[in-house]
Ligand binder design. Structure first.
Ligand SMILES: [Zn+2]
Length: 217
């Protein structure tokens, strides 16, 4: 039975590495698959991981219809047993529905990888649809840690090193602007306190961290 699986994690949870591993595991067993990604960190249609592994991928732009794309390829004789879909948080809810249909009607396994919520703690639309439709949701085993050592559950966005809580869900803009944007995973407490590792270093260890004691951003 084919399945729609959602591997969810935070920014640093190693999901692209796992996506590449998943593709490898299936391909060595003679299965044929396609890799999709969106807005990869390399800036091209390549799935790349922080560990330096990479693989050619198909870019998922808003116009892509997964159903039509797979039908077209199969019509041309291509064998497709599974899809590896990275950065699935950026896919539209309609694209997630197309993936579910491929599972149900064509028996194709679909392994999706993505971040559940954005830097404002809100679910990405694509991730929400996956949580609603997936046969299995699997939190990634390689769990990211906050600077304090607790499990990191929240994605903080930084702009020029300072945590921001307002802005577009995705950073669009010129290269310089995007380069100044960073992400840091934090536990919920430190997310709420806007206490990034950089800010924590500026505060004496002995200081009791109460919200009203925090230095101005
Ligand atoms: Zn923390």
């Amino acid at each position: 039975m084919a399945e729609l699986v959602f591997f969810s994690g935070t920014v640093d949870s190693g999901k692209s590495t796992l996506a590449l591993q998943m593709n490898y595991n299936h391909s060595v067993r003679g299965r044929r698959g396609l890799i999709f990604t969106s807005h990869d960190r390399s800036g091209t249609a390549v799935l790349s991981s922080r560990l330096g592994l990479q693989h050619e991928a198909i870019e998922v732009d808003p116009q892509l219809d997964f159903w039509e794309e797979i039908v077209r390829r199969k019509t041309h004789g291509e064998a497709i047993h599974y899809l590896v879909c990275d950065e699935a948080q950026f896919y539209s809810p309609e694209q997630i529905e197309q993936l579910a249909r491929l599972v149900d009607e064509m028996g194709i396994d679909v392994f999706t990888f993505g971040i559940t919520s954005d830097f404002q703690t809100r679910l990405f639309p694509g991730s929400r649809r996956l949580l609603e439709l997936a046969d299995h949701v699997k939190p990634l085993q390689v769990e990211a840690l906050c600077w304090c050592g607790k499990r990191a559950t929240h994605n903080a966005r930084t702009q020029d090193g300072v945590m921001v809580v307002e802005g577009e869900q995705m950073v669009v803009g010129d290269v310089d602007q995007r380069a100044a944007t960073g992400y840091e995973t934090l536990c919920r407490r430190h997310y709420m306190q806007r206490m990034t590792a950089g800010r924590a270093r500026q505060i004496p260890e002995t200081a009791e961290l109460l919200p009203f004691d925090l230095p101005p951003v």
